[in-house]
Design a protein around this ligand. Structure first.
Ligand code: G6P
Length: 367
């Protein structure tokens, strides 16, 4: 088994480093430059069927659910279809209304998560159309869905998912392109996204090159008993996934919040002992995010920003992890990568079992 580690100390470290190649695999043969569209034949949906959906509902558990939220935002932005993500574990227990003109997307690394598999069965029983965004070929969920997009991330062994999640996010970009191009997304805008998707592997590599700096930040962050992860709109699911990783392997209380909601309650908790990891992309909400960082700092809270090079923090003394810029709709794909390294190095500093965290299974296949 150790041979498979290929010289890495943990599977998680190996899988993080494999991301540039695994992203190459999910996009290979699927980008069509002539028409600025993604070719997703496995979806088994005609352009007319793709065009007919009035809504998109994404279902997954844990990190897959958070990436589903990233996907819902991308689909809304690029295809302008009302979209949302829900925890499959809740959906299956709440007598959901299944609509014929909703596209349901089940997202799962293993394809065996029982909550997600039951959600798929419930959708099918009530006549809904469900496709999969799944890594393991021939898995239960992949077989149950009427079509789908395989992630081609390769085997993932560490309990804390990394490369499969990144490929899920890229998979959602491809689905958003396919849905957008049968609606109002222009060929030129499709091409803008295609070019950006193609650049992702190189950009991920650039982030991984900053591992030593991120490891230093992790040491500081690991010293806190509790921390906040905040982001808004595109950045909020990034914060949720960042906090999830932290909880899973560092056993630290990490709470994700919408940056916009801080002032409606959690700001009361901020002091010297509660640091915040803030997702501050360079986009139309930068100024609002900086104002929130300022409010946290004014209350004595330390902030670590995950941000872009052109964001001007002015007088604010904030340590930063700089992420390469892509198209705004795709920013979440890259913003999540340093948070994987942050959690990994925090757990390493604290001396925990990174690949097999206590109380967790790689996939929850029993009730
Ligand atoms: C378990 C794991 C999580 C994972 C979730 C969904 O709860 O501990 O890390 O995100 O299952 O797994 P899936 O295989 O469906 O993506």
């Amino acid at each position: 088994e150790d041979l498979d580690l290929g010289g890495y100390p943990h599977y998680m470290a190996k899988e993080i480093q494999e991301q540039p190649e695994s992203v190459e695999r999910i996009i290979r043969g699927r980008l069509d430059d002539r028409f600025g569209v993604a070719r997703l034949d496995g979806l088994n949906l005609t352009p007319r069927e793709l065009r007919g959906f009035a809504r998109v509902k994404i279902l997954g558990c844990g990190s897959a659910y958070y990436v589903g939220q990233i996907g819902a935002t991308m689909i809304e932005e690029l295809a302008r279809i009302p979209s949302d993500a829900e925890a499959a574990s809740e959906f299956r227990y709440r007598n959901p209304i299944i609509e014929a003109d909703t596209l349901y997307i089940a997202v799962s690394q293993s394809g065996e998560t029982i909550d997600t598999a039951f959600a798929v069965e419930e959708i099918k029983r009530k006549g809904g159309r469900v496709v999969g965004l799944v890594n393991v070929v021939g898995s239960t969920i992949a077989r149950a869905c009427e079509g789908g997009v395989y992630l081609h991330a390769g085997p993932e062994i560490a309990v804390a998912s990394t490369k499969a999640l990144t490929n899920m996010a890229v998979g959602f970009a491809l689905i958003a392109l396919a849905l957008g191009r049968v609606r109002d997304l222009s060929n030129a805008d499709g091409q803008r996204i295609i070019d950006a998707v193609r650049a992702l592997p190189g950009q991920i590599k650039a982030i991984l090159d900053f591992e030593p700096e991120i490891a230093e930040h992790a040491k500081t962050v690991a010293a806190a008993k509790s921390l906040f992860f905040v982001g808004r709109v595109r950045g909020y699911p990034v914060a949720r996934e960042g906090a999830q990783k932290f909880k899973e392997i560092s056993y630290r209380h990490a709470e994700a919040y919408q940056t916009s909601e801080l002032k409606h309650g959690p700001l009361a908790l901020i002091d010297e002992s509660l640091p915040t990891v803030a997702v501050v992309p360079s986009d139309e909400l930068t100024e609002r995010n900086l104002a929130a960082v300022q409010q946290i700092k004014a209350r004595g809270g330390a902030v670590l920003a995950v941000t872009h090079a052109d964001v001007d923090f002015g007088e604010l003394e904030v340590p930063r992890i700089i992420v390469p810029k892509t198209e705004p709709e795709l920013d979440p794909i890259l913003l999540t990568i340093p948070l994987q390294l942050l959690a990994y190095h925090a757990a390493l500093t604290l001396g925990y079992d990174i690949d097999k965290p206590r109380n967790l299974a790689k996939s929850v296949t029993v009730e």
